[in-house]
Design a protein around this ligand. Structure first.
Ligand code: NAI
Length: 353
């Protein structure tokens, strides 16, 4: 396993490895930057082919968290934790408690919450032994996906103003891929504002519900990216925009909640070359982390208060995206390249990798 020579290493400040043979726990915490405040980032619990892949994931995801916090205007840095193994087989109360005790050793430099393989209930179990845990059902601003959906709507508003010179969704067509916690919230709000929806999901019941409630058209999960619509909104999986799918997109903008929508830098460049506006995912989907700020301030070793109400903080996603679109146009580069550059400036790092 390599660390300093990993392709994902970006002058990360700290990486901690933990193991507890009693429970089978093996975990890594990567802290990318604390330039703006102590690091935040979820805990991902999944199997990895080898330890190097787990480390690369922690390094890559923690850097993305630095960018997300910085562009959301939060006084936080970026970190990420991975627990290695099959959560279905390995997860136990004892393991989650051992994990919480390890998180305590890092102290106030890092706080974590749910991510792939970790439920709110799991996070609440870790919280029994560690105060550095956010996103529980009782201590925070409630379900983060609600706030993420609200944030995506603010982002979509920036998109329609910039790309369509409009400030309403009436009769605009939007293809939503994934009607889960966030995608459903986005669909509901867009429908209420008069948008025409095309939807895809691998779960039939979600599709049936969208047809009944929104009069949505249905597309297959494999081809929804090519739907004849104004905006394509990926709200399920990452990696949906490849150099190949970018050629098939007929929408004039791509803006949705899913993390890591671009499979590669070239995929983003392919969108830009075709004149398709891309809303960088870690900017438009920051509503959940923005909603966790009060909880963050209450953790030990932190100080600070936030006077601006959550509704106004979420609305800043609109302004940040508009700033990114305008600067990207003046710099003649894709919005995701400009977003990365802006984030690196905010955390005092050298220009984009
Ligand atoms: P979720 O698990 O509640 O919903 C995902 C939905 O996508 C499910 O309905 C699932 O059936 C569907 N789906 C799965 N594969 C699909 C495919 N191939 N085509 C179409 N639909 C498919 O997840 P959630 O919380 O709504 O998150 C959605 C995305 O947004 C994820 O990428 C997540 O990482 C990202 N995100 C979520 C945040 C949150 O607050 N929940 C915050 C930031 C990002």
């Amino acid at each position: 396993m390599r660390f300093w020579t990993s392709p994902e290493f970006d002058d990360h400040e700290q990486v901690c490895l933990f193991s507890d043979p009693q429970t089978g726990l093996r975990a890594m915490v990567a802290i990318h930057s604390t330039a703006l405040g102590s690091a935040v980032g979820g805990t991902r619990f999944q199997p990895y082919g080898d330890d190097g892949l787990a480390l690369d994931d922690a390094l890559r995801l923690s850097r993305a968290m630095s960018y997300k916090s910085a562009l959301a205007g939060l006084p936080c840095g970026g970190g990420k934790s991975v627990i290695i193994g099959d959560p279905g087989r390995l997860k136990s109360e004892r393991l989650l408690h051992a994990y919480g005790r390890f998180i305590n050793r890092i102290g106030s430099t890092f706080a974590t919450g749910e991510d792939v393989g970790m439920s709110v209930a799991d996070i609440e179990t870790v919280r029994e032994v560690s105060p550095f845990i956010g996103g529980t059902s009782t201590s925070g601003a409630g379900d983060p996906s609600v706030h993420t959906a609200v944030g995506v709507l603010h982002g979509l508003r920036a998109v329609i103003e910039y790309r369509f010179q409009r400030n309403d969704f009436n009769n605009l067509s939007v293809a939503i891929q994934g009607l889960g916690a966030v995608g459903w919230g986005v669909a509901e709000r867009l429908h209420a504002e008069g948008a025409r929806l095309t939807v895809a999901d691998v779960r039939r019941e979600n599709i049936d519900r969208a047809v009944a409630q929104f009069g949505a058209s249905v597309a297959s999960p494999q081809t929804i990216h090519a739907a004849e619509v104004d905006i394509y909104s990926p709200c399920a999986l990452g990696g949906v925009i490849t150099e190949h799918t970018a050629q098939a997109i007929r929408a004039r903008a791509v803006a949705g909640a899913a993390n890591n929508q671009l499979a590669s830098r070239q995929a983003g460049e392919a969108l830009a070359a075709r004149g398709i506006l891309f809303a960088p995912d870690y900017v438009i989907n920051a509503g959940g982390i923005i909603s966790g700020l009060e909880e963050y301030f209450k953790m030990p070793g932190r100080s600070g208060t936030e006077a601006t109400p959550l509704v106004k903080r979420l609305a800043r996603i609109h302004d940040r995206l508009t700033e990114i679109f305008e600067r990207a146009a003046s710099e003649r580069r894709p919005p995701e390249a400009t977003a990365e550059q802006m984030a690196r400036e905010l955390i005092g790092r050298s220009p984009a990798l």
